[in-house]
Ligand binder design. Sequence first.
Ligand code: NM2
Length: 531
Amino acid sequence: MKKSLIDWPTFIGALILLLGVSIPLAVFPEEGRKIVNLANDLMTKNLGVVYLVFGLITFGFLLYVSFSKNGKIKLGEKSDKREFSTMSWAAMLFAAGIGSSILYWGMIEWAFYYEGPPFGIAPESTEAIKWASSYGIFHWGPIAWAIYTLPALPIAYFYYVRKTPVLKISEAVRPVLGKAVDTPLGNVIDILFMFGLMGGAGTTLALGTPMIAEGIHDLTGLPPNLMTKTVIMLICTTIFAISAYSGLRRGIKVLSDVNLWLSVIVLAFIFVFGPTLFISETTFTSLGLILNNFFEMATWLEPLANVAGFEGTGFPETWTIFYWAWWVVYAPFVGLFVARISRGRTIQQMILGTIIYGTLGSVLFFGVLGNFGLYLQVSGSFDVVGFMNETSPEAAIIAILNQLPMAGIMVAAFTILAIIFLATTFDSSSYILAAVVQKKVQKEPLRWNRLFWAFSLSFMPLVLMYVGDLKTLQTASIVAGFPVLFIMVLLAWSFMKASSEDIRASKDYKSATIHINIREINEQRRKREQK
Ligand code: NM2
């Protein structure tokens, strides 16, 4: 009886694609790496402009929607209260959309920019320092969060306003694709999204695991080798599998709250016991720099780099384009998740809440973590960049933490936080992957299904780690994400089409908050069709 709930073609299709990519990569790692890197080069070089245009348009589109009529629509019935307090909502949203990578890049991204600055600026110069402390915030800022929010619009709309009990990407593009969604095209859309997400999650694990291993090494002396990393992956998987199994309210919400409070403690500690004034001033100055150069940063490509005789920095491909692609593969998942937790809010509140709280969170992490490291570097008290070049970025991250008072406790707190951050992204990913392979989601996706996708999420990174190729996976995820761009466009279109149609049919379209009564509208439509 329960089995009929599963959408088997999507379920099996996603599994086949997953195995179809990971097994050849595991069996022929050398060739696999070459092909993936080639594809990555082709994509970022030739399609970089597509990603940057997409990012900027998405940002503008969301601002437009939030202040348009469509933004006034309430997600749910007139009487529906907000399902979660704003605090829990923002914490869940941040914890779901952001994983341990914010600890990784928040700590060390500046060092890469310091050594390889944008705009042809001299490395390690004062000018480079300015950008080093700012570019990370930009890459985790409003455009990135807008990319995350876009898919939430149609999904939340269909779930709470049109009352379709399906948490699926394919369902959210029905207004545009119509009956084609019921053909294999619908399955392909869901499978591509699932594959992109599994790839994006692989990137997260590829960065997170060595960092956690380095933290554990520092605390216990255990070598950060393959064995330790395997155990770490298994422990993390168990944690997020339990959380996904316990469900949204008990598992995911509890872990997100812990995540929030532990983050606050770690950030507050570094802020207070680190260079408080430097952190505040540099973060504030960075905000001005970003605001002032927002469009330049959002559009910067290196057209001359493709012309003979001019040398490029490779910065746009390595960073901005890579980042937008990485946010894109996660976006439908975050959209599904944000949609699920946003009952009782208006579209405008959902959009502005995600962009503002999301960006604020990023500013805090990058401002505090990054500027602490930068301070050590520029004050001459610890040569982070030199240390990083001799060892690894993750070793440098732990070494930075070791400059704090009560370093042992801080490394422990940071490592635990990394594990929880990872878990809170992966439990919600498993939850959503499970939802997408079901025909219907009444309250929550089936438990065994959630558990199954929790383990599948770690399976591929685990196998590939043994082949020594998490890096390939990281690149593969970005390549796999390209089709997701098209899905994103369909999602935006679909939202506008459906919500505008319903507003036109609604009596209530003039109030400050629009309550769409879908039963009434459907009734009217039926009557009109009968006539
Ligand atoms: N994004 C936000 O690893 C993570 O933090 C998950 C990464 C897309 C750059 C998300």
